[in-house]
Design a protein around this ligand. Structure first.
Ligand SMILES: NC(=O)c1ccc[n+]([C@@H]2O[C@H](COP(=O)([O-])OP(=O)(O)OC[C@H]3O[C@@H](n4cnc5c(N)ncnc54)[C@H](OP(=O)(O)O)[C@@H]3O)[C@@H](O)[C@H]2O)c1
Length: 335
């Protein structure tokens, strides 16, 4: 395992964080609790110190499983969670209001069975709550000791900049991390966010580094038969239509060639490419099984050379601009 400071902060994270979005989920793409606990143990045994969850993952089950798995070994770990998406049908159990943030954090602390959240992300923009209310509520939580560091996720560039500037204006602690989708098949954040993160001291924590599994090489052009992309319905983030493009197949062919050269798996190459970006503080792994986890954790054993990087960079370069339609719809709120 390798270690890096998160953004412009003194918090040192393993460069691979463990994503837990599907732990305990009620679906056929999930990781059952007993397996999830073994995977967390294995990740920690290999030197990982950073577990990523959210209040909404598996309706709170993910946080509960993390809480159980780290019992007795919590002290030196970074536990990251998130607040913003609905946690019930109540009109106030959603968003970035002072009301919901404080209540959400109390509930997360209970589920995680801990007295502090090391890194709390605002999961997505809230179009209703004034940002100064959000920043002040977050700062109060940091001052109370219940939260140690702050991150933001999926905000547009202007929203991130406004949030960071408000922290300065209000004398509040700044955000240290930005969690965004980033992979060889999703590079849109490079245009605005790499500069922004560097200038504002935010570490990039990429989610979806394998494009939901596309970059594993387990899908054929003829169509998926199993795996997340096979079971995700049309029009959603990991639908087949969204991944099945000529450009993506060419990227995957190149990933496989580089993998053969390094005697590594396509997964390790796709992750090593993300890790090669200086702006990345810690990549959020999304393994569903122990075998997948072990494959993903070997990404640190691969060092891509200049030729590999040039080939992969050139084939995957993208003019797309953030935000794309999925993030725009995440931001909506109705009551
Ligand atoms: N901030 C946000 O808005 C946000 C959003 C999404 C995720 N996240 C975080 O980021 C983490 C990772 O995101 P992600 O799950 O989208 O990542 P991903 O790595 O792009 O996709 C993970 C999926 O790919 C497949 N896979 C992973 N490793 C594999 C391997 N070695 N061999 C074959 N298949 C493999 C598995 O699905 P199948 O086996 O079912 O095919 C797995 O569920 C999440 O757990 C969560 O913590 C954050």
């Amino acid at each position: 395992m390798k270690y890096k400071a998160i953004g412009r902060s003194g918090l040192i994270s393993s460069n691979l964080s463990l994503g837990t979005m599907i732990f305990g989920e009620d679906s056929d793409r999930s990781t059952p609790e007993a397996d999830a606990i073994k995977m967390i143990d294995q990740y920690l045994a290999q030197g990982g110190n950073h577990i990523d969850t959210a209040d909404g993952y598996a309706k709170g089950r993910s946080e509960e499983i993390v809480g159980k798995a780290v019992k007795g070994k919590r002290e030196n770990l970074i536990i990251a969670t998130k607040v913003r998406f609905p946690t019930s049908d109540d009109v106030n159990d959603v968003g970035l209001s002072r009301y919901h943030i404080i209540q959400g954090v109390e509930q997360s602390l209970n589920r995680l069975n801990t007295d502090r959240i090391d890194l709390l992300y605002v999961h997505c923009w809230d179009p209703i709550t004034p940002l100064d209310e959000t920043v002040r509520a977050l700062d109060d939580l940091v001052r109370s000791g219940k939260v140690r560091y702050l991150g933001l996720s999926n905000f547009k560039a202007w929203q991130s900049m406004k949030a960071q500037a408000l922290c300065d204006q209000l004398g509040a602690g700044r955000f240290i991390a930005g969690q965004y989708q980033y992979s060889l098949v999703k590079r849109d954040i490079e245009h605005e966010f790499f500069d922004l993160f560097e200038s504002e001291g935010l570490g990039l924590m990429p989610w979806g580094p394998l494009g939901g599994g596309f970059l594993t090489g387990k899908y054929e052009r003829s169509g998926p038969t199993s795996g997340r992309i096979a079971t995700t319905h049309e029009g959603t983030e990991e639908s087949w239509a969204r991944r099945n493009t000529e450009k993506n197949w060419k990227i995957l062919d190149a990933v496989k060639e580089v993998a053969a050269k390094h005697n590594a798996s396509p997964v390790q190459i796709a992750l090593a490419w993300v890790l090669s970006k200086q702006v990345v503080s810690s990549l959020v792994i999304g393994a569903r099984t122990m075998t997948q986890l072990e494959d993903n954790l070997k990404a640190n054993e691969v060092t891509l050379d200049k030729v590999d990087l040039a080939t992969l960079n050139e084939l995957s370069t993208s003019d797309e601009l953030y935000p794309y339609r999925f993030i725009s719809s995440y931001g909506k709120r109705k009551f």
